[in-house]
Write a protein that binds this ligand. Sequence first.
Ligand code: SAH
Length: 217
Amino acid sequence: MTEDGDTIAERKMRFLYALRSRGITDGRVLTAMERVDRGAFVKGLFAERAYEDTPLPIACGQTISQPSVVALMTQALSIQPRDRVLEVGTGSGYQAAVLAQLARRVYTIDRHRRLVREAEDIFRLLDLSNITAFTGDGSHGLPDQAPFDRILVTAAAEDPPGPLMAQLKVGGVMVVPVGQTDTVQTLIKVVRTDDGFEYEELRSVRFVPLVEGMASE
Ligand code: SAH
């Protein structure tokens, strides 16, 4: 029981209900969201609020995204079971854990070494052996592991980064928030076709900026 008198199970049920009411209809995505305990990725003061549909602060001045946005981005990627997926912006590791329920392999990269280490500890604890985490500047992608079937960027860029576009397979999908970093951004879906790229605007979002280079911790 919590202070409000509801159990964790009740909170989790409300969490899934909130996702459905926000337009998440893909059963596989809902199952993935149900399987991954967001509580494992939120520490300290904010742990109490892990099952609320809100972004929360994590280490290094970053944020764990709002669950309905995590679900929407995952749904927009329409991941197939054999897919290799790249996530730029590991943060807490929560989004990578959700992707790992649906894909064959997930590569995730963050510019903060500390966040990558902490996320790796949780992946190990939860037995998520199909995630590989890297520290580095993800705006260059991961040339050694490319090309990818799906790419998800969880930090806002002014434009979809060129190296990431180049590392997307034909038929592949990338989801990325774009726009001026401090204002509202637009989440866009990019599909690579035989002769170019197709773009679709999904909704307004607000993410921390994609920053060049490695961070100091
Ligand atoms: N997906 C995360 C939330 C990401 S917050 C989760 O599920 O918790 C955005 C993350 O992008 C931050 O951790 C930030 O350090 C990272 N980031 C910003 N610019 C980056 C870059 N160029 N390369 C890699 N990671 C970057």
